[in-house]
Design a protein around this ligand. Structure first.
Ligand SMILES: *[C@@H]1O[C@H](CO)[C@@H](O)[C@H](O)[C@H]1NC(C)=O
Ligand SMILES: *[C@@H]1O[C@H](CO)[C@@H](O)[C@H](O)[C@H]1NC(C)=O
Ligand SMILES: *[C@@H]1O[C@H](CO)[C@@H](O)[C@H](O)[C@H]1NC(C)=O
Ligand SMILES: *[C@@H]1O[C@H](CO)[C@@H](O)[C@H](O)[C@H]1NC(C)=O
Length: 432
């Protein structure tokens, strides 16, 4: 006969009561509303702040502040605004810089709104009311919003726990203390250009525990162009942008994975940026000074700051060019190599690509490429086979071939060809 304390009945009761308790807890959280004093609705209209800003932007201050950070609407082209956090104090003459943005793919217009209502959802809506972005925190117990002194914008509950934070949603910038999770969806993506804030082709991703820079050759194809573990070797704590005092209080160290640089003063107000050109730069802000508050303390493709040549940046010579030292020195062309100019590009082919049709190639001996430095290529094969594979591939603009190791790389992107002393490392550029 089943007693009330039969184990199954008992577990049913436990199950049932936890269900009731969870329900109650859920209801309690849902009852937490944002108090009147913490709610706001800001309409993007009116005067601009009279202060210089990055990319020549105009901006309006929304009112959520944590000095030297502030939530704003800015634009670089007329009537295309982005909700963003700017960094810099009004005291300084130096530019305000953009360190976080809500939805970079979708600018909003004059009279767009940003609001935190009683339900605790921070919502960006365009002038016509269309919701463009939100924190997805409706009815989760949010009681207020704050920008911390680190620049992290948080929505917190009544126990002070963060239910949403901007640090979990980086754009092209990391602030001190911010990290890129090793297995997360978070990555840095460059902006298209200074004037166009929509996502560009470069990204910084943590892969196998190490930060790696990628270039998007097509929507379905990303190519690694610099493995950050090459700098000072691999690091165990790869992806937090940190500032730490070094011994006696004379200098500080800014670091990200194996990248690190010493600075003269407390550099906890710094950021790491993946630039529109695919470089990684550190900027440090000195909030005690009135002028020249910003200093570029590091750039990956600046030999004086990092030891790596500008020629390692894929777009250093635009669409095509031979790079030596840090200069673009030559433009390979069917008629013979000429001087380099920004117009240098792979030859335009007269006939439309037919896979398999034989092509001719311009040979450039004694060069390497970001593909040869960062990927294994197609494996050992003859030069004829490498060429045949490029012939049949309409996305192949050319190939890199190393005679001594029989390695072959097909290149959907050419860009910078680095001059090296070894003539057996050659590039072949499709010309017809
Ligand atoms: C913004 O809204 C105001 C009314 O609040 C209106 O007068 C103005 O024309 C609007 N601006 C634009 C560009 O639509
Ligand atoms: C940004 O806006 C686009 C277009 O409205 C939308 O498809 C996308 O989901 C939005 N992204 C985020 C993170 O809200
Ligand atoms: C980058 O380097 C690390 C450590 O050497 C390695 O594990 C990883 O596979 C490399 N990633 C790429 C894309 O080359
Ligand atoms: C650091 O500076 C403070 C204030 O100037 C001083 O009191 C302290 O002794 C210094 N510490 C070291 C390790 O030099």
């Amino acid at each position: 006969m089943a007693s009330l304390f039969h184990p199954h009945v008992f577990s049913f009761f436990i199950f049932f009561f936890s269900f009731v308790l969870l329900g109650l807890a859920g209801a309690a959280a849902a009852l937490d509303r944002v108090p009147e004093k913490n709610r706001f609705r800001f309409v993007n209209q009116g005067e601009f702040v009279d202060a210089p800003a990055e990319y020549g932007a105009d901006y309006r201050a929304v009112g959520v502040v944590g000095s030297p950070f502030q939530l704003t609407f800015y634009n670089t082209t007329p009537n295309a605004y982005r909700l963003a956090i700017r960094m810099g104090t009004p005291r300084s003459e130096s530019v305000r810089r953009w360190v976080w943005e809500a939805n970079r793919s979708r600018p909003v217009r004059e009279n767009a709104t940003v609001s935190l209502g009683a339900d605790g959802n921070l919502v960006l809506a365009d002038a016509d009311g269309a919701v463009v972005w939100s924190t997805g925190t409706a009815n989760k117990g949010v009681v207020g919003i704050q920008i911390l002194h680190s620049g992290n914008m948080v929505l917190y509950d009544k126990k002070g726990r963060y239910l949403w934070q901007s640090f979990d949603h980086p754009t092209d910038t990391l602030l001190v203390g911010q990290s890129l999770p090793a297995a997360g969806a978070a990555k840095l993506v460059s902006r298209k250009s200074e004037s166009d804030g929509s996502p560009g082709i470069y990204s910084l991703v943590v892969e196998s525990g190490q930060p790696v820079l990628f270039l998007e050759a097509s929507p379905s194809r990303s190519l690694p162009y610099f493995n950050l573990s090459r700098y000072h070797g691999a690091s165990t704590d790869p992806a937090i942008f940190e500032c730490s005092p070094r011994g006696a209080n004379i200098s500080y160290v800014l670091s990200f994975g194996s990248l690190s640089v010493q600075t003269k003063y407390d550099s906890s107000l710094s950021f790491l940026r993946l630039t529109p050109e695919g470089d990684v730069e550190f900027y440090t802000y000195d909030d005690r000074v009135y002028y020249r508050a910003w200093q570029k303390t590091f750039a990956l493709f600046d030999e004086e700051l990092s030891g790596f040549s500008a020629c390692e940046r894929p777009s250093r010579c635009g669409k095509l060019g031979v790079c030596e030292g840090k200069m673009c020195t030559a433009c390979p062309a069917a008629k013979g190599t000429g001087a380099w100019s920004p117009a240098c590009a792979p030859p335009r082919r007269r006939r439309a690509c037919r896979p398999g049709a034989s092509s001719s190639y311009i040979k450039v001996a004694g060069v390497e490429h970001f593909l040869t430095r960062n990927s294994e290529g197609e494996g050992k094969m003859t030069m004829g086979e490498c060429r045949r594979r490029c012939n049949v591939d309409c996305d192949c603009l050319g190939f890199l071939y190393w005679e001594e190791s029989s390695q072959c790389w097909l290149a959907p992107v050419l860009g910078t060809l680095n001059k090296v002393n070894d003539p057996k490392h050659a590039a072949y550029i499709k010309s017809s």
